[in-house]
Ligand binder design. Structure first.
Ligand code: PLP
Length: 360
């Protein structure tokens, strides 16, 4: 039986990447060492990290005046590092509140400065993105922070806010590399790797050079972007194995036609699942406004929540794993990141249609 893993994160990785990692596990390219055993300052490992950065830059067309940093601490650590580094003496920062991850970023930022929440989707239980022309932005804000894809609520921006001269900061943890972006519209992009890139333990930051170097007094060395940018992410030991796996994922993405090809498949996958939900005569329901529905994380409920247990048990028996919704939302959530093949979504849809017929 083929297993399809719909976990929100850590999440499914490309099968061929895991196979390659297995083949190279004990002896990387005839070095006699596992990547896990290599000195991060040795020539073998340095070549792995350099190649990963080069491929990432190529895939996202990252301009030369942006630094790529390989960090630890998760996206959650960026909730603090962003204000510590980017407030730069300004009075406050603008934040968009579209759900659970926005809220966490906002509450952490409040420890370091004033936060102006420019808009919130709270009035409709975070099921939509308020129109840009209603946002109450501060032209003097240090930066504008938003969450392009809310992993829990399943709300995704299909557009990029135009923040003008104010640097735009994006938590792309759950949709980085799933769609084409123009990096030069952003001041800083960050993402935990464990959803769309690689294993947990690696956090990627892409930051415009001129935003580095003006940290709040008292900022620890390790939380200063400058420390990492000046040392090619090797001030201390980087998460070497995670960077190696991420590098394999980047190589695979290049072989498969890059981000444009991924985006095309992601559109097809998400359309397939949303169509099944919308055609179920209310047996399944997705609460998110149609224009703001995520291509990555698709929450849905069953008409009768008493059937949830049965649904999950039967899905499991067919190899459709980790469909249980987030504890704060309930119901189901199918996370269909880059590494989820179209056949996985088709198998899920077939099962959902059968289940609905049986219980509808
Ligand atoms: C998962 C997630 C986080 C938290 O990531 P950690 O790496 O666990 O800190 C933050 N933001 C978004 C959008 C996420 O999906």
């Amino acid at each position: 039986m083929t297993i399809y893993n719909f976990s929100a994160g850590p999440a499914v990785l490309p099968h061929e990447v895991l196979q390659q990692a297995r083949e190279e596990l004990l002896d990387w390219h005839g070095s006699g060492m596992s990547v896990m055993e290599m000195s991060h300052r040795g020539k073998e490992y340095m070549s792995i990290q350099a190649e990963a950065e080069k491929d990432l830059r190529e895939l996202l067309t990252i301009p030369a005046n942006y630094k790529v940093l390989f960090l630890q601490g998760g996206a959650s650590q960026q909730f603090a590092m962003v204000p510590m580094n980017l407030l730069r003496g300004k009075k406050s920062a603008d934040y968009v509140n579209t759900g659970e991850w926005s809220k966490k970023a906002i509450s952490e930022a409040k420890k370091f400065g004033a936060v102006n929440v420019v808009t919130t989707g709270a009035d409709k239980n975070f099921s939509y993105i308020p129109a840009f022309d209603t946002w109450q932005r501060d032209p003097d804000a240090a930066y504008l922070h938003y969450t392009p894809n809310e992993t829990i609520g399943g709300v995704e921006f299909n557009w990029v806010p135009d923040s003008g001269a104010v640097p735009l900061v994006a938590d792309m943890s759950s949709n980085i590399m799933s769609r084409q972006i123009e990096v030069n519209k952003f001041g800083l992009i960050y993402a935990g790797a464990q959803k769309n890139i690689g294993p947990a333990g690696l956090t990627i930051v892409i930051v415009r050079e001129d935003l580095i170097g003006q940290v709040l007094a008292g900022t620890p060395t390790m939380l200063d972007y400058k420390t990492h940018s000046e040392n090619d992410s090797m001030y201390n030991t980087p998460p070497t194995y995670g960077i190696y796996i991420a590098g394999l994922v980047f190589q695979m993405l290049k072989r498969k036609g890059g981000i444009a090809a991924m985006e095309k498949t992601n559109i097809a996958k998400s359309n397939l699942l949303y169509s099944a939900i919308d055609a179920s005569n209310g047996f399944y329901h997705c609460p998110v406004a149609k224009s703001d529905r995520s291509r990555m994380n698709i929450p849905f409920t069953l008409k009768d929540a008493a059937l949830d247990g049965d649904f999950l048990k039967q899905a499991d028996a067919r190899g459709l794993l980790q469909l249980k919704g987030h504890r704060s939302v309930g119901g189901m959530r199918a996370s269909i990141y880059n590494a989820m093949p179209l056949e996985g979504v088709q198998t899920l849809v077939n099962f959902m249609n059968e289940f609905a017929k049986l219980h509808g």
